[in-house]
Design a protein around this ligand. Structure first.
Ligand SMILES: C=C(O[C@@H]1C=C(C(=O)O)C=C[C@H]1O)C(=O)O
Length: 320
């Protein structure tokens, strides 16, 4: 785009690229297709070694995270909610930040992810490599996924998932099924599989179907976002807990981004490709702010949840 005006999507009926925050009460930014310029370039993956970084260590962040996770576990044990995703931010101080080098490393590290750089002068610079699709739509046919449960990919041998992770992911699948049943004519839930994202493994279940005639993209998005993969269950109470108790504002982390209502020239059909904004960071002058979180259920142990966020942050820091 050649201008710095901020545009917002009104009801996801426009054509363009959206960048939506976690809090769906807030507006989603839109790069309208008519203002966009499309460039295609071949990437040379040679990377210079110019980057120096310092991690800003802050011991209080561990204590803060453990405290809120404990609070969440107690809240769940009271029976009010089943799951809530608790997250935090981690700061990394950068010298000689080389955006192109970091982007290339993201592409190389996350082969199966949607890797992006997003910038608006009034909002800032974001980049990430997300393994999670929120939605793929072609006319009325849609695909989504339930993605949750995390373990470090240590070996290629038999991967064993504990009941905590299996149940946590099943909650997400059940939620997606219930939400989509209301607006879909057909719905197919695939078998759950293990996928790799950087050095982490997750449980993933693909879901697909056909939207009924009168339902819109906006209804489909509202039915899904935010899923319990990034928010919790029941959605409203979990969201309230996150907005009130997390020690910072998520802004675009755990929101979503991607193309909406794009006219693909080959097929002549309207397409939408949206991804959940995970494994992402915001770059502010010489600091990278990395965002990481994990699902808390009744089976959670606070220190393990902390370690999960450390592992997730590690995979992001590796590219800096
Ligand atoms: C919230 C994040 O990830 C989500 C939470 C996961 C979990 O709790 O195991 C796994 C994948 C994502 O659905 C994150 O990466 O920050």
């Amino acid at each position: 785009m050649q201008e710095d005006a901020l545009h917002y999507s009104k009801n996801y009926s426009e054509s363009g690229f959206v960048f939506a925050p976690f809090n769906s009460e807030e507006k989603a930014i839109l790069f309208p297709v008519e203002k966009a310029e499309f460039l295609q370039e071949k990437i040379d993956f040679k990377i210079g070694n110019s980057l120096k970084k310092t991690f800003i260590s802050d011991n209080s962040s561990k204590e803060k995270h453990l405290k809120i996770v404990e609070k969440a576990i107690n809240f769940i044990k009271m029976g009010t909610i089943q799951k809530v995703v608790i997250s935090r931010q981690e700061l990394v101080s950068l010298q000689n930040f080389d955006l192109v080098a970091v982007y290339k490393k993201l592409l190389l590290t996350y082969e199966n992810a949607f890797v992006y750089v997003w910038f608006h002068p009034k909002v800032g610079l974001w980049l990430g490599a997300t393994p999670e699709t929120l939605l793929e739509v072609e006319e009325k046919v849609f695909k989504t996924m339930s993605l949750a449960g995390t373990q470090v990919a240590n070996s290629k041998e038999n991967i064993v998932w504990k009941s905590k992770e299996l149940e946590e992911q099943q909650l997400v699948t059940d939620f997606i099924e219930q939400q989509l049943e209301k607006i879909a004519n057909t719905l197919k839930i695939n078998k759950t599989e293990t996928i790799k994202a950087g050095s982490l493994l997750h449980l993933k279940t693909k879901v697909s179907g056909r939207l009924n005639k009168k339902s819109t993209l906006k209804e489909l998005i509202s039915a899904l976002h935010p899923t319990p993969a990034v928010c919790g269950l029941p959605r409203k109470i979990a969201k309230q807990f996150i907005l009130e108790k997390e020690n910072y504002k998520r802004s675009f982390y755990t929101g979503f981004l991607g193309e909406i209502n794009f006219n693909s020239s080959q097929k002549g059909k309207k397409e939408t490709h949206l991804f959940v904004n995970l494994r992402c960071m915001k770059i502010d002058k010489n600091t990278a702010c990395i965002y990481v979180g994990g699902g808390i259920t009744k089976g959670s142990i606070a220190t393990k949840e902390w370690e999960e966020t450390v592992s997730k942050a590690k995979t992001m820091k590796r590219v800096l």
